[in-house]
Design a protein around this ligand. Structure first.
Ligand SMILES: [Zn+2]
Ligand SMILES: [Zn+2]
Length: 254
């Protein structure tokens, strides 16, 4: 949502070089893994280093949200550089983020060009900053969730770039594909952590696997897992979904 430049001015000339660059790229990587910046970051060298980053919210770079890895890298960055921050404006590649005080449910969903968080609030339909959510069990940041996002984007790209083969189609649609199993495990673990449902959003092709029935003139999905008729939830005109609360799966309603 918000584009910033983090300006790093070397404290002495020895700070230019491969080690400094490695430190900078690692710092950006761990900031991304903690959810404080999105993946569309760039480093420009010009009388120091300018780190162009997009953050979910205005205060996302606050130390309060640092993972243990960010804390460690921040110390090293502060030793090497004088740090200043400039706000550039709104990054139109990214959406506005959820500010709800409490939530009833989330959906886990992404697509090829999505740079934002994979969790969408079911109350306001905005993405949720990852650092506001607990880490999955035994993790110290959100890297495993971002790896799933990368996997989904790669599969979606192959599908959209007309490699419409059985493999990529199956990975997106079949609730038990390796890709969807990985995503459903994340949704299930996160649901346990936050204490409310996290629905895993499935792609729909109305092929052999995806079925629907007519209920009061509406075409409603049948849950591919338990085979019961799903529940239609009209959140807004643009956001209407079919849900199975037992299996924590959702489809776009159409
Ligand atoms: Zn919200
Ligand atoms: Zn079900």
């Amino acid at each position: 949502m918000y584009r910033y430049v983090i300006r790093l001015t070397p404290k002495d000339q020895t700070t230019f070089g491969d080690d400094a660059k490695k430190t900078i790229f690692h710092f950006l990587f761990v900031l991304h893994c903690s959810g404080q910046i999105l993946k569309n970051y760039h480093v420009i060298e010009n009388e120091g280093y300018h780190l162009h980053v997009t953050t979910p919210k205005q205060d996302s770079l606050s130390e309060a949200y640092d993972s243990i890895y960010v804390k460690r890298d921040r110390t090293r960055i502060d030793e090497l550089f004088t740090v200043s921050l400039d706000h550039c404006g709104i990054d139109l590649e990214s959406q506005e983020y959820c500010t709800c005080q409490s939530r009833n449910a989330m959906e886990l969903e992404t697509f090829r060009f999505d740079v934002d968080s994979v969790f969408t609030c079911c109350d306001c339909f905005k993405p949720i900053a990852l650092y506001e959510l607990p880490y999955l069990e035994d993790k110290e940041d959100h890297n495993s969730i971002l790896l799933w996002q990368d996997n989904y984007a790669a599969m979606d790209m192959l599908w959209m770039n007309c490699l419409c083969d059985r493999y990529t189609g199956n990975q997106r649609v079949n609730p038990d594909s390796a890709l969807n199993k990985q995503g459903r495990a994340i949704a299930g673990q996160m649901s346990l952590q936050v204490g409310y449902p996290v629905y895993y959003h499935l792609a729909c092709d109305y092929g052999k696997r995806v079925k629907a029935v007519k209920v009061n003139d509406l075409q409603i999905h049948i849950c591919p897992e338990c085979q019961t008729v799903m529940k239609r939830r009209v959140f807004t005109e643009e956001h209407t979904v079919d849900l199975c609360e037992a299996c924590m799966l959702s489809y776009d309603a159409h």
